[in-house]
Design a protein around this ligand. Structure first.
Ligand SMILES: *Cc1c(COP(=O)(O)O)cnc(C)c1O
Length: 466
């Protein structure tokens, strides 16, 4: 399997190459040169198989010769063996033709674990083969940092440094990072805001000498290896509900467009997907572009579903590439226009190519609370605010269709106790394996908002191997 850049000017790489590169050298994102297809019979044969087995079947189509078959099998078995539910991603019915796909049974209680747990192990394998190491550096306001730490913790060939704004992340989110004590895990509480953390991160990535010295690497969702493991649960959910004979619709609470793009990939591979519904909170750039063709950046407003509070949806570029018939020069021109004018308009033909498959809607803060409350009243289930955004939009847009509608439940409600309490009056409990989170010992280093100080800290501690 070979990969090409969405901007058309970067070298063609294999899976190992894109795993290590992250972003392409022309600023684009890597996608497969051709979509692998899965035949009708092969899809049917996935029904009832253990999750790790389906994961192996799907991932092997993308890893090609780059990862040994037995190695890949071992990686997915180990990664998904850590999940708190034997089905890994179980379905729960909430209405006659409506389901939730629970993606929050991983170590940090959000769907990002599904891909990160595989990514950390892939890194170790590939770096061992090359006798090399990386230093993963990231900035977080919440979910991504803890999922990355859990994934890199204890890995032989990687260290991780996560910057968070000191005193400005929720207690649950901070503790999910700072109570993980691998010798290769370094939490840095920066005396500043999330934007300051991002500026420090960017400065480190842009410093070529530093980048080479510490072998810096990122783990954000532009890495193709983070998309592939998310394709798997579209298959497991759809076959449980009757695919390939039945077409299933999915509603995806979206921020960076990675998760919903994985659904698009499943569709391109041959899974019968009736509709992919993109759900946004009040930061609704995705809803606006899909409904009107106008892609315009605005400011970000904080919401109860913070993991979707984004302005630039980086993975949308992968869909742009597809809707422009894989014309990298065209995508490059649009992205340049976005950088200078903060906006671009899709041409009607490109937009029309998506209709029929994609639909999009937004959910504001009031509607988020009302949906948490109504799902609780009707079913007794407690859902988190990100899931609520999805359920609200799924219900509004599905109309009278009788085909199954699956909303991706992206986080455990206990990660967002304040919003849940506002909606239903009680605080959700953490699952038993995390019940002592609030009393575990925390470890982090407070640093000033100063590039020199942060770089010195990374240099001094990067070599610490577990
Ligand atoms: C990251 C995240 C999302 C958004 O996923 P994207 O792939 O960025 O669209 C939604 N819900 C939760 C809980 C998340 O952590």
């Amino acid at each position: 399997m070979r990969y090409v850049s969405t901007r058309g000017r970067a070298p063609v790489l294999d899976f190992e190459g894109v795993l290590l590169a992250g972003l392409a050298t022309d600023g684009g994102l890597y996608v497969p040169q051709a979509w692998p297809r899965i035949a009708h019979d092969e899809i049917a044969a996935l029904r009832g198989r253990p999750y790790a087995e389906v994961a192996h079947a799907i991932l092997s189509r993308f890893t090609g010769d780059a990862i040994d078959d037995d190695v890949l099998r071992g990686i997915v078995e180990e990664a998904y063996g850590r999940f708190g539910h034997p089905a890994v991603a179980p379905l729960t019915q909430i209405d006659s033709a409506e389901w939730l796909l629970e993606l929050f049974h991983g170590p940090t209680l959000a769907f990002k674990d599904v891909a990160m747990q595989v990514l950390g192990r892939l890194y170790d394998h590939v770096l061992e083969r090359r006798d090399s190491r990386v230093t993963v550096i990231g900035a977080t306001s919440g979910d991504t940092g803890s999922a990355a730490i859990e994934a890199i913790q204890g890995r032989e060939r990687a260290s991780i440094f996560i910057l968070h704004p000191h005193g400005r992340v929720s207690e649950v989110q901070r503790r999910q990072m700072t109570t993980v004590h691998g010798a290769n895990v370094h939490n840095l509480a920066i005396e500043g805001t999330f934007d300051d953390c991002q500026a420090l991160l960017k400065a480190m990535f842009n410093d070529a000498a530093f980048r080479d010295e510490v072998r810096i690497s990122g783990v954000n969702s532009i890495n193709w290896a983070r998309i592939v493991p998310q394709v798997v649960y579209y298959f497991t959910a759809a076959v449980s509900l009757g695919a390939p004979e039945v077409a299933v619709s999915f509603c995806v609470p979206s921020g960076n467009f990675g998760d919903v793009f994985a659904g698009y990939v499943a569709h391109r591979m041959g899974l019968p997907v009736e509709r992919l519904v993109v759900a946004s909170n009040s930061n609704d750039i995705l809803t606006r572009v899909l409904n009107t063709g106008e892609h315009r950046l605005t400011s970000v407003a904080p919401t109860m579903s913070p993991s979707m509070d984004i302005q630039v949806s980086s993975n949308f570029e992968r869909l742009l590439f597809e809707m422009h018939d894989r014309d990298g020069a065209r995508v490059d021109a649009l992205m340049r226009q976005l950088a200078t004018e903060r906006a671009f308009d899709l041409d009607p033909a490109a937009l029309a190519s998506l209709h029929g498959l994609f639909a999009a809607g937004r959910c504001d803060e009031e509607e988020t609370l009302a949906t948490i409350a109504s799902v609780h009243r009707e079913t007794g289930l407690v859902i988190d605010p990100h899931t609520a955004v999805g359920v609200h939009v799924a219900r509004r847009l599905r109309g009278r269709r009788a085909s199954p509608m699956v909303t991706l439940s992206t986080a455990h409600p206990a990660k967002f106790p304040d919003a849940v309490e506002r909606a239903i009056g009680t605080r959700p409990a953490l699952p038993p394996r995390l019940a002592d989170l609030l009393t575990r010992e925390e470890r982090y280093t407070v640093l000033p908002n100063d590039l020199g100080a942060v770089m010195a800290h990374v240099r001094a501690h990067k070599g610490t191997v577990a």
